[in-house]
Design a protein around this ligand. Structure first.
Ligand code: NAD
Length: 248
């Protein structure tokens, strides 16, 4: 089976580090044209320059996904450069407020986490759908989490935001299929990225539980493996796929 995504026009949010960086690299190396939206300009531009130097077609935009104007402007500019949008992969996200009790939970942390993870997902799909509906095709991947669907989140805000992203994906997959747009959410487990490492270190520092930290650290999986699953989900060969995908 040949999973050919060459010449696909792809927008990837959160592409500067972690899972997003691996997804950008995998898609670029397989001939896709990739627009990265992120706020970590240093790492995003470094990745972009490196991949372009190797002969791939990548461009970086500073887009804070919480900001409606930045998202609409970024999507318009990327769509022009890409000459269409076949695939949106929404990976931008933050995890804050780990192991903080509900009665002490800072409202500003709630606002940031829900703003980036949930409102950011909504704004991205809103503006990209506008193009996909006109062209009557597309694939949208949102990133939820077991934390928001299965329970057990370390943060009230993070678990809630990811539950919201899951709900958004359910509404969208129902409403957008009539336009030939396939929508999924992926629920990664525990992946070795800056976000996850920062969360388990914070939890260790608050609880003092070294054993739990070591146990979780041991089971973290490589982000490259998640990138391969996303690559398959976006391919035409996954055309019959429905709903959510869980990973380790
Ligand atoms: N690592 C895990 O174990 C795990 C598990 C489940 C879900 N996830 C989700 O996977 C996604 C990727 O996370 P990761 O683990 O690779 O972490 P990461 O921190 O390496 O990547 C997140 C990216 O999002 C970017 N970002 C943050 N705020 C932004 C904003 N306002 N606008 C645009 N970009 C912004 C960051 O700069 C970073 O490049 C996130 O949505 C995360 O919640 C991760």
């Amino acid at each position: 089976m040949n999973l050919d995504l060459s010449n696909k026009k792809v927008i990837i949010t959160g592409g500067s580090t972690g899972i997003g960086k691996e997804v950008v690299t995998l898609f670029a190396k397989n001939g896709a044209k990739v627009a990265i939206f992120d706020v970590n300009d240093t790492e995003g531009i470094e990745l972009t320059n490196q991949l372009n130097k190797d002969g791939h077609e990548i461009r970086y935009w500073h887009v804070d996904v919480r900001d409606s104007n930045q998202v609409s402007g970024g999507v318009m500019a990327a769509e022009q450069w890409l000459e269409g949008v076949d695939i949106l992969i929404n990976l931008a996200g933050i995890l804050q407020g780990a192991s903080i009790n509900i009665e002490e939970f800072p409202d500003e942390v709630w606002d940031s986490v829900v703003g980036i993870n949930l409102t950011g997902s909504y704004l991205m799909v809103k503006h990209v759908s506008n193009y996909m509906i006109k062209q009557k095709k597309g694939v949208i991947i949102l990133t939820s989490s077991g934390a928001g669907v299965l329970g057990g989140s370390s943060s009230y805000a993070y678990g809630s935001s990811k539950g919201g992203v899951h709900g958004l994906s359910l509404v969208m997959m129902d409403k957008l299929s009539q336009y030939g747009i396939r929508v999924h959410d992926i629920l990664p487990g525990s992946v070795d990225t800056p976000l996850k490492n920062s969360q388990i270190e914070t939890t260790r520092d608050i609880t003092g539980n070294q054993d739990e930290y070591k146990n979780v650290k041991k089971i973290l999986v490589n982000p490259e493996g998640i990138a391969k699953i996303i690559y398959f989900m976006c391919s035409d060969e996954a055309g019959l796929l429905k709903g959510s995908i869980r990973t380790e």
